[in-house]
Design a protein around this ligand. Structure first.
Ligand code: 3PG
Ligand code: MG
Length: 375
């Protein structure tokens, strides 16, 4: 039991039992091929534990956002093929989100899922912030437990929050302040410094009175940014910016448009798309001193090679840091993998939204459901 959440051992003897395992196999797929199989590999300890103990395993997952109807674009077939290699004997159900009952937590859909099953295991950390049928439904009728991945993610991420090694530095990027406000507030009560890059830094810079050109801007968050900047915890913002000039197109260097470095102020029409090299070096110095780092959100539009340098430098700094380093899933995990640095990070989370919500709330709907499950 961790945090009152039952683990695999609490299920008793699983031999001969039918076990439904909710996984998060929502992997990036391009031309029918899985681009990053981290989430599939991460579920293997749970799947093989159950099989080794004699259970018959049915796995299920969502993939993408197909809006409640079958859509070949979101077929789980590539995952099924990989599972047949990595965990032979495990059956994989169709994409859960092909049925509108999944997102609606419809009791009739839950009943269909648990039919013929004796036990339920949730190993879908990355989806456990969703109160969907397959996450919160089965524990109402089946004895349930957390899988190994879910357990490990919760231990690492709650450990960051509840028992931090200091200095604890959090690095946040991504486009919107409004998306991350809850987690910023939660982090500011535990971190020793907060580094902010990515699209969201421009609303902070605007709150300081800088001109941000055509960069991402959330006018309704300016007062919030001011309040955060006035707080006791130092917030590190960019001191230089890499920007794309008028006429340029993100992700399309052939379309033209000049790329230039500026200080904290951008001319009209210029769009800040990465932190500048001076900032990347300053952020790296802060990261080097940390004994614990949490990173969520890229520093710029790293998918476009013209704007990847800031994210790459920060990723290298996190990889070089001697403290305990955690990447909170999503785009920063993808960037770390793209730069070949993933094995130099202590923990790369399989959950983006889920890891932020866990740090913010200290709990997730999927964990609460397991805690309350029938025994
Ligand atoms: C994710 O990748 O964020 C998880 O698999 C959850 O997917 P969702 O954001 O579409 O609910
Ligand atoms: Mg998501």
């Amino acid at each position: 039991m961790i945090n009152g959440v039952p683990q695999l051992e609490d299920l008793g003897d699983v031999a001969g039992k039918a076990v439904l395992v909710r996984c998060d196999f929502n992997v990036p797929i391009k031309d029918g091929e899985i681009v990053d199989d981290l989430r599939v590999r991460a579920a293997l300890p749970t799947l093989s534990w159950l099989q080794d103990h004699g259970a018959t395993v049915t796995a299920c997952t969502h993939l993408g956002r197909p809006k409640g109807a079958p859509d070949p674009k979101y077929s789980v077939e590539p995952v099924r093929k990989l599972l047949a290699e990595l965990a032979p004997g495990v059956t994989l159900l169709d994409n859960l989100r092909f049925d509108p009952g999944e997102e609606a937590d419809d009791p009739a859909f839950v009943a269909k899922l648990v039919e013929g099953q004796d036990l339920y295991v949730n190993d879908a950390f990355g989806a456990s912030h969703r109160a969907h049928a397959s996450i919160v439904g089965p524990p109402r009728t089946l004895p349930s437990a957390a899988g190994r991945l879910l357990e490990q993610e919760v231990e690492v991420l709650l450990g960051l929050r509840n028992d931090p090694r200091r200095p604890f530095i959090a690095i946040l990027g991504g486009s919107k302040v409004s998306d991350k406000l809850g987690v910023i507030d939660a982090l500011l009560s535990v971190v020793d410094g907060l580094i902010i890059g990515g699209g969201m830094c421009f609303t902070f810079l605007a709150a300081q009175g800088h001109s941000i050109g055509a960069s991402l801007f959330e006018e309704d968050q300016v007062n919030t940014c001011r309040r955060l900047l006035d707080g006791a915890v130092p917030i590190h913002l960019p001191s230089d910016i890499t920007a794309l000039g008028p006429g340029g197109k993100i992700g399309d260097p052939a379309a033209g448009g000049e790329v230039r470095q500026f200080g904290r102020d951008l001319p009209d029409g210029w769009m800040g798309l990465d932190i500048g090299p001076g900032t990347a070096a300053e952020f790296s110095d802060v990261i080097a001193e940390a004994r614990q780092v949490l990173w969520n959100g890229p520093m710029g539009v790293f998918e476009d090679p013209r704007f990847e340098a800031g994210t790459r430098t920060v990723a290298e700094a996190v990889a070089d840091c001697r403290g305990f380093t955690v990447i909170g899933g999503g785009d920063s995990a993808a960037a770390t993998a793209q730069f070949g640095l993933a094995d130099r990070i202590d923990h790369v989370s399989t959950g983006g939204g889920a890891s932020l919500e866990l740090i913010e709330q200290g709990d997730l709907p999927g964990l609460a459901a397991l805690r309350d499950s029938v025994r």
